[in-house]
Design a protein around this ligand. Sequence first.
Ligand code: 5GP
Length: 251
Amino acid sequence: MARRKKIYEGKAKILYEGPEPGTIVQYFKDDATAFNAEKKDVIDGKGVLNNRLSEFFMNGLAQIGVPTHFIRRLNMREQLVRSCEIVPLEVIVRNYAAGSMSKRLGIAEGTQLPRPIVEYCYKDDALGDPLVTEEHIAAFGWASQQDMEDILSLALRVNDFMSGVMLAVGIRLVDFKIEIGRVYDGDYQRLIIADEISPDSCRLWDIETGQKLDKDVFRRDLGNLTDAYSEVARRLGVLPKSNVTKPTLIN
Ligand code: 5GP
């Protein structure tokens, strides 16, 4: 069998050349990293869960007219996505104070914010993805003024969608990070949601108990990460309703 061409290997995913031009195969690894890869582990089953959960969220977004890179899931660990140029920003939306915002501004974790707050970080591992302002983004040409308006609107739509989906299963969407891709249709460029949306890139707290069901379980040594992600998947109906700790494929 011919070997596929690897395009890029990141901390949690590998990208391979797709079967048709303009497509990419996104492979979800079991590797977990935190604090800019200072903390690392391999978490059995994480990649399978994130592949499924990202498919679920991206499909839902497409259904409400939010464009994403997702085409279809290929197997347990891989999905076919549209190739795009990644805008070098991490777009973070926060509904409740937590993580770096709590540290930076001295606001207690869990404090509800007066409105969703959108932050931008420059995607650069060597620099630890520093927080930047729209002034930096415009001055360094990372995105145009029009792009920034579109990114803000996409980010808030994703927030409304994800908050509602999570609320329906008793989970609070505290914050999340998305990445944005640029695609060209003839002479026109469009922005779409790229990368992944999964408990790796969101903070998800049980509404009743406050239990963390996201990557903070790994970052802060709070228990078993696949149990937490399986619970999210189970509540969303992405995995069978039985008590699943190891991910099981359903068709
Ligand atoms: P914070 O800035 O508080 O560390 O993160 C805010 C939100 O963005 C959290 O949900 C966190 O998981 C997500 N996030 C921030 N940076 C990254 C990153 O480099 N990778 C991933 N997967 N998520 C991130």
